[in-house]
Design a protein around this ligand. Sequence first.
Ligand code: FES
Ligand code: FE2
Length: 416
Amino acid sequence: MSQTVANDLPGIHWPAGLNRVPYQVYSDEALARREQSVLFEGPVWSFLCLEAEVPNVNDVATTFVGEAPVIVARDPDGNLNAFENRCAHRGALLCLKSHDNTRRISCVYHNWVYDLKGNLTSVTFQKGIHGKGGMPADFDRQQHGLRRLLVANVNGLLFGTFSTNAPPIEEYLGPEILKRIKRVMHKPVKVLGYIDQGLPSNWKLYMENVKDPYHASLLHTFFTTFKLNRLSQPGGIVVSESGAHHVSYSMLEGRDKASEYEKTELRAKKEDYRLADPTILDGVDEIGDGISLQILAVFPNFILQQIQNALAVRKVLPKGVAKSDLIWTHFGYVDDDAKMTETRLKQSNLVGPAGYISMEDGAVGGFIQRTVAGAGDSKEIIEMGGRGVEAGLHDTRATEMPIRGFWQEYRARMGI
Ligand code: FES
Ligand SMILES: [Fe+2]
């Protein structure tokens, strides 16, 4: 640990090894500030939006990289740009809508105007009025464009970075993750809708949840009750070379196959529930490989979801230390027919803030956040599936290895 870090972060005592995580990481203000400057503005690639959200010239979409507001814009040449959504003058938020189509971006406060590459193109009253006032003669608009991000397009997923030191996106993701992104993003997509969910917890608690295949069949009783996802189903995890990213996947099995769940005292065991309308589970093996669920997470805060035919991207945006916004963008393929779209929309009831299987994820992060203030220097135990991180395919989901991979990457980048 460097001297600087020790001075910045006096309250965090993090032992060596990846199997313990101090609860202060979910409440420490200095750590959150460091995340913004070192992590989100450092050499990582953050997911911005789908290319399908800015399909036309002059389309803009707004998002955040960490807590920094960002605009993604398709300029008149058709190129994709991203820059800070913060006026160079006195800092007002520029674009207020989530999506728009506009030839220029003007600030409501004093009407400074920017083009869709982020250049400052005009300053109202730059020369003053009647020769009086105005900006100094040497004020150079070219020096005051909006801070830009590099943009990378991975099969329609747009990633951005503030840093010029980030590796190429393909290298950042690695071949195993790239392959599984392409598995879902294998043809043009269209947006079906959005859900913006406020989480009562630090953003990292949601990422831990996503990177935790162990909980899915235990916390989400809908899954086990209707035999959608059990740890005994064929499936596993893939951990990227760096440990930072992962994929968890499972295949459908025979609905009546006896499993460990029947032998143990789980909540789902007792009654034989039936859905009044089972068509919500009528999925199609549209990719043709039998994988009914693939959850893929890219460090730091991006998730690509395939739950049967419910496809979505999710980003987890920090909002202070104890809150975050989870933005879901549901999508289908451009060539879907009406029936397929209906299937996707129906299955999207599985996820989201009131989703049959993911309502609990939002709640459980809040349960942890509520214990953090009184946790002192206690630590999480993250030992399911061992104590280390090993890249590659693991044919079990009874493991917390992806969480250890996340913390390995986080600590390396944060210098703690
Ligand atoms: S803050 Fe934007 S023009 Fe003044
Ligand atoms: Fe979950």
